[in-house]
Every structure is written in C-alpha cells, then in structure tokens.
Design a protein around this ligand. Structure first.
Ligand code: CP
Ligand code: NVA
Length: 306
C-alpha cells in the first residue's frame, strides 16, 4: 500500500511518480474489491465553494472505510464570521483526523496546512484540483491499460484542472498539450514545475491552436470556460472560447481510439457539445465514479488504513 501516512496533498506535485502510480494501483484494487481496508477516523470537509462529486465521493469513501465525516459548511461555522484561518486550523486539529478543504486561494490552503498538524487535502483551489486528476489518470489507465507514452490534450481555460493535469501527466510519463485562448494560459509556475518533472522525456506543450493540439491525441479533456469565482466574466468569455469547444469536428482530428474526459459539471453547447459528451468516446461517468475509488485510496493511504 502507498505509504503516505500523515502527509498533506496540497498539490499533485506533493507526490512523486512512484507514489502516484502506487495510489492509482490501490484505487484499482479497491474498485475491484480485491482489497478491503478499514480505518476508524473522522474526516472534516471545509468547502467554501459548491461541490457535488468531491463532497459526496469523499463522504462515501470515508463511510466505506468505516470512518465518519463532518461537513463543515463555512456558513454554519465561525469561518464565515471571520475567525482567522490560523485559529480555526489549530482548533479543528484537536477534533479531526484529516481535513479536506475547497477554497479560493492556494495560500489559504497552505496556511491551514501550516497551522494544522493533521493531514490536509486540497479538494480544489483556484490553482489546483489534485483529487480530480487521480480519478482522471485512473480512468485513462482503465481505457488503455497504460499511461506512459499516451498524449492528453486539454482544450479550454488554463485553470486549476489544467494545472493539475499538467503535473499529473508529467509524473506518469504522459505527453500533455494545453490549448487555450491568449490571456487564459495555465499558471506559469506550474508549467515550469511540469516541465521540470517531464525533463524533456515527455511533451509539455502550450499552444493557442486547438486543432494542432488535438492531432493524434488519445485523451481529449475540457472544463468550464469560467470557474467558480469567475461567474461575472462568463458571458464575455463565450466568444473568446468558442473556437476551443470540443466538438465532433475537433474530436475527429484526434486518435480514432481517443476518449473524452470532463471533470464536470459541464456546460453543454459551450466547452463541449451534447453529441460529444453523450457520444461513444465519452468516459465522463466512469471518470466521475473513479473520484470515489481514487479518494478512498488517498484517504486509506494517508490514514494508514488496514
Ligand atoms: N469535478 C468536481 O470536482 O465536481 P464537484 O465540483 O461537483 O465536486
Ligand atoms: N475549474 C472548475 C472545476 C470545477 C470542478 C472550477 O474551479 O470551478
């Protein structure tokens, strides 16, 4: 079992290549029920943004491990009344065994992790969404039986999902291409990190040309054009992002065996067409299911479940 006992997961780059692959293997064993693990621990969910998949999959994963979950909606805690993060972290630390946080600034998550002695998991920030990428890589591995050497093309906004995908692909030896409109590029620091991990052994390509980017790719991936917190910009972004829609025409340029992923929730008719998300190459429902198995593996590994 992957030895992540007591560790935080604030960025996907907190894992090395071996740890990530062991985690994916554990997730696969848990999914097939080849392995059953138990741990009698309490997980807190402190989410300042909406969530369906992450909230429910973490909750069910913890229940299936025999643990318990407390949903710490900021609106019903003192967090929304401005209690300092440093104080909240040191108090929750005394009650909980592990904490998953969904918030805006990565720095806020890092402050929490600095002040809480218990493990802290990034359940999405503006910078990264590492738990999503665990499920994505698991889904790709299920579809192709391997990861190394495959090419994933992300088309759309250079957001949290794009950032973590670049890190994840580099860690497992996949080529990654990101196609985005000018001004909407992924985080420069994360790009450098991904390139450092890839060490010129695999591609980390950034481009404004979606057609060149998808050519021959085995995995096409997209996400919303305006993330949580950017709702006010959504209408202005529509014409800018239109050429970056995953349509049947764009998909036809990829490898004929290509699969299509989307972290969900999706805006049909914007970043992806109805035909593609409901089409035979879409794996989005398996991908959503795998959030449960991947996060169960993560929790089990950090908490030392047996
Ligand atoms: N993909 C994802 O994180 O979904 P939720 O926002 O519903 O958790
Ligand atoms: N990029 C999206 C992902 C949602 C799961 C957001 O941050 O809103």
């Amino acid at each position: 079992m992957a030895a992540l006992i007591g560790r935080d997961l604030l960025s996907l780059a907190d894992l090395n290549s071996t740890e990530l692959q062991e985690l994916l293997q554990l997730a696969t064993q848990l999914k097939s029920q080849q392995l059953k693990l138990r741990c009698d621990k309490v997980l807190g969910l402190l989410f300042s943004k909406a969530s369906t998949r992450t909230r429910v999959s973490f909750t069910v994963a913890m229940y299936q491990l025999g643990g318990q979950v407390i949903d710490l909606n900021p609106n019903v805690t003192q967090v929304s009344r401005g209690e300092p993060i440093q104080d909240t972290a040191r108090v929750l630390d005394r009650y909980l065994d592990i904490l998953a946080i969904r918030t805006f600034a990565q720095e806020e998550l890092e402050t929490f992790a600095d002040y809480a002695k218990i493990p802290v998991i990034n359940a999405l920030t503006d910078l990264e969404h590492p738990c999503q990428i665990l499920a994505d890589l698991m889904t790709i591995q299920e579809s192709f039986g391997r990861l190394a050497g495959l090419t994933l093309t992300y088309v759309g906004d250079g957001n949290n999902v794009a950032n973590s995908l670049m890190l994840g692909c580099a860690l497992v030896g996949m080529n990654v291409r990101v196609a985005f409109p000018g001004g909407y590029e992924p985080d420069a620091g994360v790009v450098e990190q991904a390139k450092a991990i890839a060490q010129n052994q695999t591609e980390v390509i950034l481009t404004n040309d979606p057609e060149i980017a998808v050519k021959g790719a085995q995995v096409l991936y997209t996400d919303v054009w305006a993330s949580m917190g950017q709702e006010a910009e959504a209408d202005n972004r529509l014409p800018i992002f239109q050429p970056y829609q995953i349509s049947e025409q764009l998909l036809s340029l990829a490898d004929p065996e290509a699969i299509v992923l989307h972290c969900l929730p999706a805006h049909r008719g914007e970043e992806i067409t109805e035909e593609v998300i409901e089409g035979s190459q879409s794996r989005v429902w398996d991908q959503a299911e795998n959030r449960l198995h991947a996060q169960k593996a993560l929790l089990a590994s950090i908490l030392g479940a047996e």
